[in-house]
Design a binder for this molecule. Sequence first.
Ligand SMILES: NC(=O)c1ccc[n+]([C@@H]2O[C@H](COP(=O)([O-])OP(=O)(O)OC[C@H]3O[C@@H](n4cnc5c(N)ncnc54)[C@H](O)[C@@H]3O)[C@@H](O)[C@H]2O)c1
Ligand SMILES: O=C(O)C(=O)C[C@@H](O)[C@H](O)[C@H](O)COP(=O)(O)O
Ligand SMILES: [Zn+2]
Length: 356
Amino acid sequence: MEKITVSLANQQYQVLIEPGLLKTAGERIAKIWSARKVALISDDNVALLYQADLAAQLTAHGFEVHCYDFPAGEASKSLSQLQRLSEKLVAANFNRDDAVIALGGGVTGDLVGFLAATYMRGISLIQIPTSLLAQVDSSVGGKTAVDLGTTKNIVGAFYEPDLVLIDPETLKTLPPRDLVEGYGEIVKAAAMVGGDFWQLIEQIDTPEAILEHALGLIKYSIQFKTEVVMSDEKESGQRQLLNFGHTIGHAVEALSAGELRHGEAVSIGTVAICQAFENEGKTAPGITQKVKERLAAVGLPTTSPWLASDKVLDLIKHDKKNHNGYLNLVYVKTIGAPAILKAPADQIAAVLQLPR
Ligand SMILES: NC(=O)c1ccc[n+]([C@@H]2O[C@H](COP(=O)([O-])OP(=O)(O)OC[C@H]3O[C@@H](n4cnc5c(N)ncnc54)[C@H](O)[C@@H]3O)[C@@H](O)[C@H]2O)c1
Ligand SMILES: O=C(O)C(=O)C[C@@H](O)[C@H](O)[C@H](O)COP(=O)(O)O
Ligand SMILES: [Zn+2]
């Protein structure tokens, strides 16, 4: 069992990583929560696969379990789903002593995390990520949110869970496209960390190899994310690094109106920012090609027709790394050497070489 502790100013929690962990999740949860009412919430795909077993385990440990689900997909990261689920909790008389479990991918983690953050101004939360993306990134660090139309993560809160349980065995039921998508966030992280993490990435040439090396990829990714989050939980500085590839990535994801998965958009955004900075001499020659090859090796998209849209620039205005007329842009000088450039907002099109 791998145990990573996340220590923050007002809270400390553990991330437990072990194949088969979901089978003993009830017991793990009973160690940190007294018996209480628990809302076990998943999208409809994950609910069918994993909800009943976990609900039975929790019931056996004395919890009063209420299972809820919602339609799978990014469109459910919405205020209307938040309202619907909040109403379910009210109808079942959930109070501040009760709790919520997010069992699913990043959409579930973000939506249910925000539900926990806002219901009665905050009730206890556990994250049980079941997609690769959620196991390597979204379940840790407390960013929770919903979208407003195509504007990503615009209404949300920092809200940390009491525990994160990661069972890589669940990746075996993940559809191939959803497995590969999560790898976009892994390459993003590995390009900044370098060393053994990047060496592992250089060995991965197929989606099957992602699954084969899942445990190592999860450990490296969560170790990095935890270190960054512990140094800057609320993203006033260093945490912006975790947004590498997202300035252009989020814009392209929005323009695709649901056609691109988040990790695919991050893949496109990472290559685009590497190319722009390499053209300006800030990223070492050949790095863009290296990163692009790693992403393309597993079938991730590395470019998109949406990059040519004049709307990209407009969408970048919603980037949360915008401060006082400057946009913080994350790039790598080389593999293992991330940096942040503070660029005047009116020069963004030129710096990123975007259509105006
Ligand atoms: N909070 C953060 O720090 C953070 C970080 C990265 C991404 N995100 C957000 O995460 C979201 C993307 O997450 P995602 O890629 O997991 O999407 P997702 O939650 O929609 O999951 C992708 C698909 O996989 C299915 N699925 C999940 N686990 C499964 C399993 N074990 N077996 C079978 N099917 C399974 C889901 O039902 C869904 O259809 C985006 O909204 C993104 O903005 C948040
Ligand atoms: O945890 C973080 O910090 C991240 O930026 C991780 C990203 O992978 C993730 O997509 C996050 O939700 C983006 O947040 P946003 O602040 O750009 O909306
Ligand atoms: Zn992301």
